[in-house]
Design a protein around this ligand. Structure first.
Ligand code: UTP
Length: 464
């Protein structure tokens, strides 16, 4: 689109002030702002300003909220055959090249405060491997196990795309076949002032941020990633986030169960640490499976217990999903991703009418994001499967305290020690262990490996 057409469009939706410094921008500045505007869906933005920005939509809770049903980690006797079949089915799908890995890594990582893509962050307890390497090694191990390289889709955003690609290049893609890696960028959304105007971060730039992990489902379609999957014959995706080094990037049982029960989108859950833990809750809302954010679940419900004194709403969401490719295509029918937007009030630096940069000390802006779990209620037969926190969840979200590098390293060591003990190794308290995915990608893969008989306190052992 020519700038004239963009200007007309902006004016018609009351956003003309985005170009207020145009006349004094140099060529590079004009190119930058023009490109940013061109990538936005200005018609949708005009609607969103009315429905989400100028007015705060009222949260409508469903009439009836019931706990969601989840498959347990260990099958009930009547489900043992189903789980065996699911594991086999998962392996068949992997061997047949029907599964792609899908990592979303476009976020800003503001809480961690690391200067660079979060996936670069060193996270393992002994070797300090970065998050990206942990996933690459896991996927390489699974590729070897199933005899087929698993195509890997990595979503970045405008804030970290270049550095992410450069990091993979610099490290030789951590040994992964680079022709099986597909990088693509998610969309960006402008921040708005309370009156609905798009904010400028600079005279030649909108105040943009990534459009949320839900945006991934639209970006897959726009970027050509879905087309690439069709070409390769991929039918389902194993979705995970960049911040959790404990995730099983590939889990044949979960993927197989997802397929066998005919689910279009499946999710892993863990029992919550406490009633008010800051994770989403899987619930049945008026009979439909969905995730309600911790901040939206009424406290009275969050704290409700059953006859045995256990939390009724105990299914926490850990952002691990399996998705059918056909489902993602359906969500994009009509050329636009059909997911709701979530509004958050944030502090966003901006340039005012005179071109001065203002750093607000209280929230001044509205940001809009889409969340991937909002696709669950749109899926046919969505399924939830329970896993264990100590096996699969210890994210790096904050610089310190909960969900920090410190707690994640601790949990990785505890898991490695538990795996070794289960395999008959004596591990003394105070020992440090790191198991490389190439050595064992999960506990049962230690069988047949040469293991130390004993690891003593103070020892650091890296198994590769
Ligand atoms: P978070 O919700 O933790 O957000 O993302 P964040 O941006 O990484 O971190 P904070 O909130 O600024 O501290 C969970 C996962 O979703 C991805 C992140 O990269 C992470 O893997 N994500 C989030 C995206 O890919 N895009 C987004 O727009 C938001």
């Amino acid at each position: 689109m020519e700038i004239k057409a963009i200007r007309d469009k902006l004016q018609s939706i009351g956003q003309g002030s985005a170009l207020r410094f145009w006349d004094r921008l140099d060529e590079a500045g004009r190119g930058r702002l023009g490109r940013q505007l061109q990538l936005l869906d200005l018609t949708s933005i005009a609607q969103l300003v009315q429905t989400q920005v100028k007015t705060k939509p009222k949260l409508e809770l469903p009439r009836e909220i019931q706990p969601a049903r989840a498959y347990p980690r260990d099958p009930k006797p009547e489900d043992r055959a189903l789980y065996r079949q699911a594991e086999q089915r998962g392996m068949e799908l992997l061997r047949g090249g029907k599964v792609g890995a899908f990592l979303v890594a476009g976020g800003q990582g503001t809480r961690l405060g690391y200067d660079g893509p979060k996936g670069e962050f060193p996270v393992t307890p002994i070797r300090n491997k970065p998050l990206f390497q942990v996933f690459a090694e896991q996927l390489a191990a699974w590729s070897q196990l199933v005899g087929k390289t698993i195509p890997w889709y990595i979503m970045t955003s405008d804030i970290n795309d270049g550095p992410t690609r450069a990091f993979f290049q610099k490290h030789g893609h951590f040994g992964y076949d680079s022709s099986a890696i597909f990088f693509f960028q998610q969309g960006m959304m402008p921040a708005f002032a309370a009156d609905g105007q798009m904010l400028l971060a600079e005279e030649s730039s909108l105040a943009l941020s990534p459009d949320g992990h839900g945006g991934s489902l639209g970006a897959l379609a726009r970027s050509g990633a879905l087309a690439d999957m069709k070409r390769r014959g991929i039918e389902q995706l194993s979705y995970f986030q960049v911040d959790n080094p404990m995730v099983q990037c590939i889990d044949p049982l979960f993927l197989g169960l997802h397929d066998l029960v005919g689910s279009e989108m499946s999710s892993k859950t863990i029992p919550k640490a406490d009633a008010l833990e800051k994770v989403g809750n899987f619930v049945l809302a008026d009979g439909v499976l969905q995730v309600i954010e911790y901040s939206d679940l009424p406290e009275s419900l969050a704290k409700q217990t059953d006859e045995q004194g256990k939390l009724r709403f105990n299914a926490g969401s850990i952002a691990i999903h399996a998705l059918k490719v056909g489902f993602i295509e359906r969500l994009n029918e009509g050329g636009r991703l059909n997911l709701p937007w979530h509004r958050a009030e944030k502090k966003v630096p901006y340039v005012d009418q005179e071109g001065r940069t203002i750093k607000p000390d209280k929230p001044n802006a509205i940001k809009l994001e889409q969340f991937v779990f909002d696709a669950i209620p749109l899926a046919n037969n969505p399924m939830v499967y329970t896993t264990e926190r100590s096996e699969e969840f210890s994210p790096v979200k904050n610089a310190d305290g909960n969900d920090s590098p410190h707690t994640s390293r601790r949990d990785q060591v505890l898991r490695a020690i538990r795996w070794l003990k289960e395999a008959g190794v004596e591990v003394q308290e105070g020992a440090m262990v790191e198991i490389s995915p190439s050595f064992a990608v999960r506990a049962d893969r230690l069988a047949g490996r040469t293991l130390p008989r004993r690891i003593v306190a103070g020892e650091s052992v890296y198994l590769e």
